[in-house]
Ligand binder design. Sequence first.
Ligand code: OAD
Ligand code: ZN
Length: 242
Amino acid sequence: MLELNNSDIEKIKSSSHIVFFTGAGMSAESGIATFRGKDGIWTKFKPEELANFNAFIQNPHMVWEWYSYRRNIVRNAIPNPGHIAIADFQNYFPKVTVITQNIDNLHKRAGSREVFELHGNIERNYCIKCKTFYNNIGDSMELPKCKCGGLIRPDVVWFGEYLPEDQFNRSEIATSECDIFFVVGTSAVVYPAASLIYTAKHTGAFIIEINIEETEISSFANKCFIGQAGKILPQILEKVKD
Ligand code: OAD
Ligand code: ZN
C-alpha cells in the first residue's frame, strides 16, 4: 500500500516543476541489468576492463563487442510502466524534467520530452579521430571504422571521463529550480551525478526516493518508497493526477 499522506499529495499536486533523477533500477523491469547489487553487471565484469578509454585502445574489439551486446539488449527492451508513468506526468504538470544516468533511451521512447543524459547514449557513436557522429549503427558485433580510418566508440561516459558539460549544467539548473525531486532506482554512489541529490536538498526541493532497498540518501529524503519503480510510480501518479 502506498503511504502518501494528504499533505504529500497536496505538495505534489501544487508543484510546478518536477524532476525525476533516474538510474539503472529504473530499467530493471525492462530486463536491463543494473550495475551493482546481486544481479549487477559489475559483479560479473570489471568496469576497469570494459568501461574506460585505455581498455578501448588496447582491445577495441572486446569493448565494442560488449557495447554491441548491450545495445542489442536495449533495442529489444521496451519502456516499463515506470517510464510510462514519468512521461504521463507531463500531461498533468507544467514542467517535468528527466535527468538520467541511463544510456538506454527508454525515457525518450516512453515519450518524455526533456531528458538530460548524464552518461551518454548507447545509440550514439563517434570517431575518436575526427569526431564524426554515427547514430543508429547496425547491430553487428564487428568493430566499425570511420571513413577517416579512426576507431568509432560509443558516446557514453567511461570511468575517468567528464560528464557532458551542457547536460550536467542544465541538470543542475533544473535541480535547483524544481519543487519535487524524485530519485528513482539509483544506488546514488557515482559522482558527480549523485551530487545533484545534494543540490536538490540544499535548494529546498521535496525529495522522494523510490528503490527496492535503502541507499546512501534514504536518511535525508523526505519520503522513501521501498519497492519497484514500475509499480510505485503509476500508483503515485494515480493519486496526484487530477
Ligand atoms: P546501480 O546498479 O548502482 O544501482 C541500481 C539501483 O537500483 C540499486 O540501488 C537497486 O537497489 C535499485 N533497483 C533495482 N531494481 C529496481 C527496481 N525495479 N525499482 C527501483 N529500484 C531498483 O545503478 P546506478 O545508480 O544507475 O555509470 O549506477 C550509476 C552509474 O554507475 C551508471 O550510470 C554507470 C555505472 O558505473 C557509467 O557507466 C558512467
Ligand atoms: Zn573519423
